[in-house]
Design a protein around this ligand. Structure first.
Ligand code: FAD
Length: 317
């Protein structure tokens, strides 16, 4: 029995890892060109040098025993590192990042698995026990006894509308907040002291010295995230205008000079506002299932946990 997984972000890969470890055959399909999802890493050329930006998830924490064990494995494999920073009370914080980029963890999870990149699933066809996936280019893959949909709630609702109205109904209840991100590079060090801070006013909700993370390039780089309300109000604005506005606000807040590179990226479904509250959905009638951060909360750990618990449940059946 082969299980198809639509979406090879943290949740889909976590489900796949768990199922594979139990001897199940799994195939993953992701519309992206490579591993990342919302833990993506963007490359850019700045003054002839390559720089990278974590423009989605910034760092993650590990609370549960299971996720802490996974993080330990990633640290030992060299695909994750601590992000040396202090919390507000001056204690070392337990923030982790992918190394040398946030997507390194997903790359290492995907490596031993059967993943098709650039495979955008547009419909689920067939029926219980004989599902096939129809892709945006018209091609298809099948026969799958089960399909796990591991994409943001809004996208899951569309994919599942006809195949499993029950699962789609819950996905439709979820609302994700957008986030405009800006990536900045400097050819000279700024005089900003902190590694990250949350501006008190203006469009920005979070700023991080991207280059302070382990293994990043020498050039000083920053990632700025706009607040959800500002991002929603400017959702359809041109990326160049958004980048200019966020840079301006950053300069007002910090006194930093002009960056030599700036680019904006829109995350339409960045963070779930209120999660479903159950770790996954499984429709026994159809053999379809969902996992992803929108079940438990807008965090890397929640995505991993959702996928892991769904994988464990399916491996038992
Ligand atoms: C701006 C931003 C900042 C964040 N900051 C943090 C943070 O600091 N700490 C933290 O813990 N979390 C943070 N998060 C949240 C964290 O990134 C997510 O919770 C987590 O990565 C979600 O994983 P996922 O697998 O559920 O979804 P995703 O990462 O979205 O993976 C879904 C995958 O499905 C694919 N896909 C979608 N539709 C289709 C389709 N039709 N066919 C095929 N493939 C498809 C996508 O390409 C994607 O790879 C942040 C997120 C954003 C966007």
């Amino acid at each position: 029995m082969t299980i198809a997984i639509v979406g090879a972000g943290m949740a889909g890969l976590s489900a796949a890892e768990t199922l594979s470890a139990q001897g199940r055959t799994v195939r993953l399909f992701d519309k992206g060109r490579g591993a990342g999802g919302r833990m993506a890493t963007r490359r850019a050329s700045v003054n002839g040098s390559n720089v990278t930006f974590d423009h989605g998830a910034q760092y993650f924490t590990a609370r549960s025993e299971g996720f802490r064990a996974a993080v330990s494995r990633w640290l030992s494999a060299g695909v994750a590192a601590s992000w040396d920073d202090e919390d507000a009370s001056g204690k070392p914080s337990e923030r982790f990042v992918g190394a040398p980029g946030m997507n390194s963890i997903l790359k290492s999870m995907a490596a031993p698995l059967d993943v098709s990149w650039g495979a955008e699933v547009s419909t689920l066809e067939g029926g219980p026990g004989r599902w096939s996936l129809r892709f945006a280019d018209g091609s298809a893959a099948g026969n799958f006894e089960r399909v796990i949909v591991a994409v943001p709630a809004e996208q899951a609702a569309v994919l599942l509308a006809a195949a499993s109205p029950e699962l789609a109904t819950n996905a439709k209840k979820i609302k994700s907040e957008p986030c405009w991100a800006a990536m900045l590079a400097y050819d000279e060090p700024t005089r900003i002291v902190s590694l990250s801070f949350e501006p008190l006013d203006g469009p920005l909700g979070w700023t991080a010295r991207n280059s302070s993370k382990f293994g990043r390039t020498d050039a000083e780089t920053w990632v700025l995230h706009a607040r959800p309300d500002w991002s929603a109000a400017n959702l359809e604005a041109a990326a160049e205008k958004v980048a200019a506005r966020l840079v301006e606000s950053f300069r007002e807040q910090t006194g930093a000079g002009a960056p030599v590179f700036s680019q904006a990226h829109r995350w339409r479904y960045a963070r779930v506002a209120e999660p479903l509250g159950t770790p996954f959905q499984l429709d026994p009638r159809t053999g379809l299932a969902t996992c992803g951060d929108w079940h438990l909360g807008a965090r890397v750990e929640a995505a991993w946990t959702s996928g892991h618990l769904l994988g464990s449940e399916l491996a038992r059946q």
